[in-house]
Design a binder for this molecule. Structure first.
Ligand code: 13P
Length: 262
C-alpha cells in the first residue's frame, strides 16, 4: 500500500531578515499557525538566524531548514559552514536551489556531495531541480530534469531514497527573475510525472510512489490552492510570499484545508 504522503510548506526567506527580525517574525507566525500532523511547516532563515531560532522554535509547530552549507564536515574552508555544525539546529537542508546553481556556480558534483553530507548527518535533503527558460524554449525540459535528478542523487542508495524530498522549481517561474511567470498546472503535473518516472527507473516503483515532490515558483496565497491540488504535488516551496505573515499563514491554512478534504 502506498503510504499517504505528508504536505510540506517551506518558507525560503533567502537573504532577508536579521536575527532580531527573524525572531519577531517567528513570534508572529507561531501565534497564527497551529501544529498539524498532516502539514509540516518548515522555515529556512539565513544561517545567522538558525541557532537563535532553533532555541525559540516549538518543534511540534515548525521545523528549520538550512538554505545552504558546505559538504565537508570540518576543516580549512574559510567562510563555510558544515552540515555537521548545523546538526541540532535544523532537520532539513535545501540543496541545489537555482540561485546557488546559477549565481554561485554550484556544480552538480557539489550538489551530489551536499545531498550525501545531509544524509550522513541525519538531515532531510530538499533537492531543488528545474529547467531554465532557455532549456524550456529549446525543448530540453525533460533532459534537464533527468540530468539534475540523476546527478543530484548520484550518491544516494536505495535505502536512503525515502529520506529525500524533491522540489521542482522551474527557474523561469521564480519571482526574482526578470520576466518571471507562474508555471501552469499542466507543466507542473508533467514535471512531477517525469520525476517519478525517473525515480522509478533508478530506485523502483515504490520509491517513486513514496517520494515527496514539491513545487516552487511565484506561489502566493491566491495560487497555492491550485498548485496543491495538482496530482502528485505534495507541498510548496515559497519565496517572496513567505516573508509576510498574512499570505504565508493563508497558504498554510489552504494546505491544511486541502489535506483534510483528502
Ligand atoms: P518565489 O516564491 O519568490 O518565486 O521564490 C521561489 C523560491 O525560489 C523558493 O525557493
Amino acid at each position: 500500500m502506498i503510504s499517504p504522503r505528508k504536505t510540506y510548506i517551506i518558507a525560503n526567506w533567502k537573504m532577508n531578515f536579521t536575527p532580531g527580525e527573524s525572531s519577531l517574525y517567528l513570534n508572529r507566525l507561531s501565534k497564527r499557525i497551529t501544529p498539524s500532523r498532516n502539514v509540516q511547516v518548515i522555515l529556512a532563515p539565513s544561517i545567522v538566524s538558525l541557532q537563535p531560532l532553533s532555541l525559540q522554535i516549538n518543534r511540534r509547530q515548525f521545523k528549520l531548514a538550512a538554505q545552504n552549507f558546505y559538504w565537508r564536515d570540518y576543516g580549512a574552508f574559510t567562510g563555510e559552514t558544515s552540515v555537521s555544525q548545523l546538526r541540532g539546529f535544523v532537520d532539513y537542508a535545501i540543496i541545489g536551489h537555482s540561485e546557488r546553481r546559477y549565481i554561485f556556480n554550484e556544480s552538480e558534483e557539489d550538489i551530489a556531495q551536499k545531498v550525501a553530507a545531509a544524509l550522513r548527518n541525519g538531515l532531510t535533503p530538499i533537492l531543488c531541480i528545474g529547467e531554465t527558460a532557455m532549456e524550456r524554449s529549446d525543448g530540453e525540459t525533460a533532459a534537464s530534469i533527468y540530468s539534475q535528478l540523476a546527478n543530484g542523487l548520484h550518491e544516494v542508495s536505495k535505502e536512503d531514497i525515502s529520506k529525500i524530498i524533491i522540489a521542482y522549481e522551474p527557474v523561469w517561474a521564480i519571482s526574482s527573475n526578470k520576466d518571471a511567470r507562474p508555471a501552469k498546472p499542466a507543466d507542473i503535473e508533467e514535471a512531477q510525472a517525469l520525476i517519478r518516472k525517473h525515480i522509478s527507473k533508478l530506485y523502483g516503483k515504490t520509491a517513486s510512489e513514496e517520494i515527496s515532490i514539491l513545487y516552487g515558483g511565484s506561489v502566493n496565497s491566491d495560487t497555492a490552492g491550485g498548485y496543491l491540488s495538482i496530482r502528485g504535488i505534495d507541498g510548496l516551496l515559497v519565496g517572496s510570499a513567505s516573508l509576510i505573515a498574512d499570505p504565508f499563514c493563508a497558504i498554510v491554512e489552504t494546505a491544511k484545508g486541502i489535506k483534510n478534504e483528502r
